[in-house]
Design a binder for this molecule. Structure first.
Ligand SMILES: NC(=O)c1ccc[n+]([C@@H]2O[C@H](COP(=O)([O-])OP(=O)(O)OC[C@H]3O[C@@H](n4cnc5c(N)ncnc54)[C@H](O)[C@@H]3O)[C@@H](O)[C@H]2O)c1
Length: 270
């Protein structure tokens, strides 16, 4: 049920590849809550993706941008302001990619060119999106910027390899830029640390099914779905969270607070 939480707000949503994408769910919820949107993704992803269907539902325009390119991000903000008629009230960074994970490289056998690419695509792109926004003054006062993270930033998950460093960097950028942008323009910057979620990026990690199930059995509320995540992100875009910034916010059904659960004890006891 919509509450008009984003009535009159303008925003950019990155990273909607298909209807399983977390960004897809956020876009649908944001539209339903009254926001006007611009959708974006890497040009290559749009050739294979279904983003046009989403754009139709959201009555949104699509502006392609590779998030590693400062020029393309500049174009994204310029066009978005033209299309939506003013600065953004919210921006979602929902971008992640590791060629090392895709190609099944172990943590002791990293390809360093790919490693740098993982950091550029999955973390540095967040800084680029913030720095370009600041320079173009493309985010309104009390605007909200959210990026999606994972608990491998704090704990060891062997198959997450170089993405663990990317997420640690992403969360650090939220703190550093959150301070700066808060002082400058009262813009909030946060990361949401989401449960394992069945998306293209998620299921590409080897052993995904096992740690999806493990996390589900550890968390007292069970794993948070992509739809749950969208609901949470909408609150962070709304005016109800105007003093929340520089935080890494766990959205994981309680997983991050649990040492061991009865479900796991029962399973191990067998
Ligand atoms: N799925 C999970 O288990 C999970 C858990 C926690 C956090 N996350 C994070 O959520 C975010 C969204 O991932 P998802 O699970 O919805 O998967 P997804 O595969 O649907 O989305 C990842 C998106 O990143 C985009 N992307 C990749 N390279 C890009 C580039 N150079 N420029 C612009 N866009 C680019 C892809 O096109 C895709 O749309 C990622 O940051 C991911 O790490 C996912």
């Amino acid at each position: 049920m919509p509450y008009n939480l984003l009535q009159g707000k303008r925003g950019i949503i990155t990273g909607a590849l298909d209807e399983n994408s977390i960004a897809w769910k956020v876009a649908v919820r944001a539209k339903d809550e009254g926001a006007q949107l611009v959708l974006t993704n890497a040009p290559i992803a749009m050739r294979m993706g279904e983003i046009k269907k989403l754009a139709e539902y959201c009555q949104a325009e699509i502006v392609p941008a590779d998030a590693t390119s400062v020029e393309e991000i500049e174009n994204l903000y310029r066009k978005s302001q033209e299309i939506l008629g003013g600065p953004m009230d919210f921006v979602l960074h929902s971008i992640g990619m590791s060629a090392n994970i895709r190609k099944g490289r172990s943590y002791g056998d990293m390809n360093y060119e790919w490693y740098m690419k993982s950091l550029d695509v999955s973390a540095l792109s967040f800084h680029k999106m913030l720095q370009v926004a600041e320079k173009l003054d493309a985010i309104a006062e009390y605007g909200s910027v959210v990026a999606l993270s994972y608990i491998a930033a704090q704990r060891s998950f062997p198959d997450y390899t170089d993405m663990a460093q990317a997420k640690a960097m992403l969360e650090s950028i939220a703190r550093s830029y959150g301070y700066r942008y808060g002082k400058l323009k009262k813009v909030r910057v946060n990361t949401v640390s989401q449960s394992p979620t069945k998306t293209t990026a998620g299921t590409g990690i080897s052993g995904f099914d096992a740690f999806f199930e493990y996390a589900d059995k550890m968390a007292p509320l069970g794993n948070a779905t992509a739809d749950d995540c969208a609901d949470y992100v909408i609150t962070l875009f709304s005016d109800f969270t105007r003093k929340v910034t520089m935080q890494n916010l766990y959205h994981d059904g309680g997983f991050s607070g649990v040492g061991i659960s009865e479900d796991i004890v029962d399973k191990m006891g067998k």
